[in-house]
Design a protein. Sequence first.
Length: 453
Amino acid sequence: MQAVPLSETVASLMPRARAELAELVSFASVADERQFPKSGCEKAAEWVADALRADGFQDVALLDTPDGTQSVYGFLPGPQGAPTVLLYAHYDVQPPLDEAAWISPPFELTERDGRWYGRGAADCKGGLLMHLTALRALHEHGGSPVSVKVIVEGSEEQGTGGLERYVEAHPDLLTADAIVIGDTGNFRVGLPTVTATLRGMAMVDVRVETLGGNLHSGQFGGAAPDALAALIHMLGTLRDANGATTVDGLEAGGSWEGLQYPEEDFRKDAKVLDGVGLVGTGTVSDRIWARPSVTVLGIDCPPMVGATPSVQASAGAVVSLRVPPGMDAQEAADALIAHLRAAAPWGARVEVTQRGSGQPFRADTTSPAYTAMADAMRTAYGQELEIAGQGGSIPLCNTLATLYPEAEILLIGLSEPDAQIHAVNESVSPQELERLSLAEALFLGQYAASKSV
C-alpha cells in the first residue's frame, strides 16, 4: 500500500483544527482582570494542558509565573539522541476593543469569505493549533523525529514578563537545540516568510498635574495652567513635522537592507484613508523594522460626552516606544522618560513611571535550522522563503537567546496583514494554517536529519 503523503494527512486534520480553535477562541483570555475575569485565562490554560496530555505529552504543567498568570508546559520525547525543538505560542489575547464593530462575536469563531474570524484566531491561538496539527500529522507517520517541548504563554499581550522571569529562575526548563516561535506571520498570504528581526518595546505612564482641582474655564481659562494642554504639548514633541519619532538621545536613521514593503501595499494593508499621508521618512521597511517609533496608546482625560467647561487639573497617558535591533530597550526607555520630563511646559508637575520593557531581537538566518525551514517552506508553498523584519515585540525571544545562546531561533506564524491582529475582526486564513502546519512538520523532519549528519 502506498503511503499517504504528509500533506494529505495535514489536510485531513484541518476539521479537527477548526473545531479546537473554535473552543479555544471561545475563552475570553485577556490577561487583565480590570477588563475580563481571570477565569477566561484559567479555562484557556486548562484547555491547553488537556490538549497536550491527550496528544501524549509528558510532564504537562501549569506554571504559576511571577505576574500572576499561568504558562503551560509539556514534553514529547523523540527518538534516542534526537535534537530537541521548543515550540512557542501564547493563549492570552488582546481585548476585543469595540465589540459592536465586530461583524461577528469576537469570542465565537465564525467562517466568512474564506477566513475564520475571532479574537486570537491568528494571534496566537491559531499558532498553537499550527504546532498541534504538525505534531499530529507526524504521529500518523511514525511519530515526531525530534523531542519536542511546548510552552504556551499566558500574558504575552500584556507584556508583564511573567514567563520571562519564570524561565530565568528555571533555566533548565526550556533548553533546546532549536526554538520555533509561532507568533509572527508571512509578509502576506501565500508568501512563506520567516522573521529575522523584532523591535523591542518600552512602555511608560506619564501623569501631569498643574492645579489643586478643576477650574471654570470662563473664570480662570487663559491664565490657569491646563494639565491636558500641557500633556498634549509634551506628546507633540515626540514627533517632527513629518511625523517621524524624535526622542532626544535616540538615533532614528536606521535602514533596512532586506525585503522591501512597497508604499502602496502598506497603505492598503494599513487601511490608510485616501489623501492621508504616511508618517516619517525613508522606505516603509526602514520606518517599521529599523527605526524607533512612538505611539500614544491611551489618554486619561474627560470624554466628549459629559465634558464640562473646565480647565483640567490633571491628565495622563500611556506611551509606547518600539525599539529596533542595535538599540538597548532600557536606554531607550530612559531617554523617553527624560524627554517627557524636559518637555513639560509651565513648570507642570510630571511623574513618569515605566511599565516594562523588552529588548529587540535579531536572528541568525545562516543557521542549519533556517536551511531546514527554507526547504520545508519551499515544499509546503511551492516557492522560496523570504526573510522580513517585524515591528512588533516578543520580549521572550531575547530571554531565550540569552539563556540558550547555542539555540537556533526561528519566527513564523499566522499574523499576515489580512489577519488584522490587535484590531476588530481579527481572522486567520485556514489555507495558511494548513500550509504552515505542513511546513512545520516537514521542518522537524529536515532538522532531525540535518543534526544526524
